[in-house]
Ligand binder design. Structure first.
Ligand SMILES: Nc1ncnc2c1ncn2[C@@H]1O[C@H](COP(=O)(O)OP(=O)(O)OP(=O)(O)O)[C@@H](O)[C@H]1O
Ligand SMILES: [Mg+2]
Length: 468
């Protein structure tokens, strides 16, 4: 606080003798008093009393000169605490104008107007200066003690005002800092609340998916057995049929050698009734189709098993995402096939370190959303893949209705849906976002109303740190 100590006084008066008087009162008195205290202390063996610190007195004989001194003092960072200003100085500014100028330069300056008479009424002076808290009036002729006391109290007042202002700004800074801290804490809390909500909804969704997954796995297992023996029996049947066909051809070859025309006619009639030639053509065709059907059922069952491996152990593994997309496409084929054609442009992105079942879930959500975004007309869903440096990307683009600008910022929020009650829970994208985030990836969307939307998923090939 020592920087606040200020005993600097400026006297502005056009009468040189006044300067002499002030010098005697303010400089000599304090000096004499200090010397007296020192003698007293030496005589009586007491400690030297701390006397009032000495003043520093500067002189100016005109308002302009006074202002110049104040400016200079400000520049030197040694402001005056107090100025005594004469009211009547015929050659330049009068006291009131001088004070106005001084305060413009240094509003902290304490001022005493000294005068025997005024050219304004005191009311006028006070109205013009409008800063009664820094202005005192000293009427001439004055007593030494009046000057001395004014100098003492006003310099101390200057100090105290400075100290109060400092404390106030300190306090304000503290209030600003605290407010900032509180705001930060509340923002952090908000973020945590949102994260918790998301986590909770993801847990719910994950539980739902896990039970659906188990159900699907159970059904797949049930179908897997019968389809297994249907498939194997069918192979055997094909073999048997080939044998029968061979036998039939042999019979046909000897048919002409049968002696009885009656029997030959009978065989002929039977062949025509059964449309044997057509059967010989159609049976292999039917068998081929059935074989494809059986293969398709086996594939679906396999996909279901792959997909519903809502990995109870949730192990990070190296998996091929394009294969994952294909299994997922089989799962959602029904959802898509009446609404859009699927165009695949795979770049062969290879394997990445991931939780494959969860990424299948993301692809499923994107595909279902894309299908649901289609209008009455049949559209297109394009699935593209690619790689950039250490990352792979997958894009699911649709030619659907697009997403309105005001909806776009909210689509990843849990429970946000624009679909009718019962159709959408609003969890698909928030869940997907969570899964992608867990993979240290990004999920972005680009959309144009009326043209369609593209969701782009980017994932690192290798997880940066040991995944949990
Ligand atoms: N491809 C898209 N085209 C247009 N709008 C979309 C698309 N994907 C998402 N949206 C918008 O984002 C919203 C949120 O999608 P999200 O998948 O999270 O929930 P949902 O599809 O409404 O319900 P849920 O997936 O839980 O069945 C949707 O309601 C829809 O408004
Ligand atoms: Mg959805």
């Amino acid at each position: 606080m020592s920087t606040l100590h200020n005993r600097r006084i400026l006297l502005i008066d056009d009468t040189p003798s006044i300067h002499e008087d002030f010098r005697k009162i303010l400089l000599l008195d304090t000096q004499a008093e200090a010397e007296l205290d020192a003698v007293e202390a030496a005589l009586f063996g007491e400690e030297v009393k701390a006397s009032a610190p000495a003043f520093e007195l500067d002189s100016a004989y005109q308002g302009q000169e006074g202002l110049a001194k104040v400016c200079q003092a400000m520049r030197a960072n040694r402001p005056y605490a107090l100025a005594f200003v004469d009211m009547r100085m015929p050659l330049g500014w009068d006291g009131v104008e001088t004070i106005e100028q001084l305060w413009q330069e240094d509003p902290r300056l304490q001022i005493v107007i000294c005068t025997a008479y005024a050219d304004y009424s005191w009311e006028e002076v006070l109205d013009r200066l409008d800063s009664r808290d820094r202005l005192l009036i000293l009427k001439k002729p004055f007593d030494n003690i009046e000057v001395c006391q004014l100098a003492n109290t006003l310099t101390v007042k200057w100090e105290m005002t400075q100290r109060a202002a400092l404390q106030m700004s300190d306090l304000e800074a503290k209030v600003v800092e605290r407010t900032r801290e509180i705001r930060q804490a509340s923002e952090a809390l908000q973020v945590e609340i949102v994260e918790r909500k998301q986590l909770q909804s993801q847990l719910l969704q994950a539980e739902k998916l896990a039970s659906i997954g188990q159900l699907a796995a159970g059904v797949a297992h049930e179908i897997n057995n019968p389809i297994g023996y249907i498939s194997s029996n069918f192979c055997t049947l094909e073999g048997y049929y080939a044998g029968l066909l061979e036998m039939l051809s042999a019979y046909e070859a000897v048919e002409q050698t049968v002696g009885s025309p009656e029997v030959v006619a009978k065989l002929q009639a039977l062949r025509e009734r059964l449309e044997l030639d057509f059967l010989k053509e159609d049976i292999p065709q039917l068998m081929r189709e059935s074989r494809q059907g059986i293969a398709r059922v086996r594939q679906i069952v396999q996909d279901l098993k792959d997909f519903s491996r809502i990995d109870s152990t949730q192990e990070w593994q190296w998996a091929n995402l394009e294969e994952g997309i294909d299994s997922t496409l089989n799962i959602v084929a029904n959802e898509i096939k009446y609404k859009a054609d699927v165009v695949k442009q795979y770049a062969g992105i290879g394997e990445i370190e991931c939780l494959p079942a969860q990424l299948n879930q993301v692809i499923l959500n994107l595909l279902v959303n894309a299908a649901q975004a289609m209008g009455p007309e049949r559209g297109t869903i394009s699935i593209r893949t690619g790689t950039t440096a250490e990352r792979v990307w997958i894009e699911v683009a649709d030619s659907g209705q697009g997403i309105a600008a005001q909806v776009l910022p909210r689509i990843f929020e849990p429970f946000f849906t624009t679909k009718p009650i019962g159709q959408g829970t609003g969890l698909g994208l928030s869940l997907s976002y969570g899964i992608v985030h867990k993979h240290n990836g990004t999920l972005n969307v680009d959309s144009a109303v009326g043209l369609g939307s593209t969701f782009r998923l980017e994932l690192p090939v290798r997880q940066p740190v040991q995944p949990e």
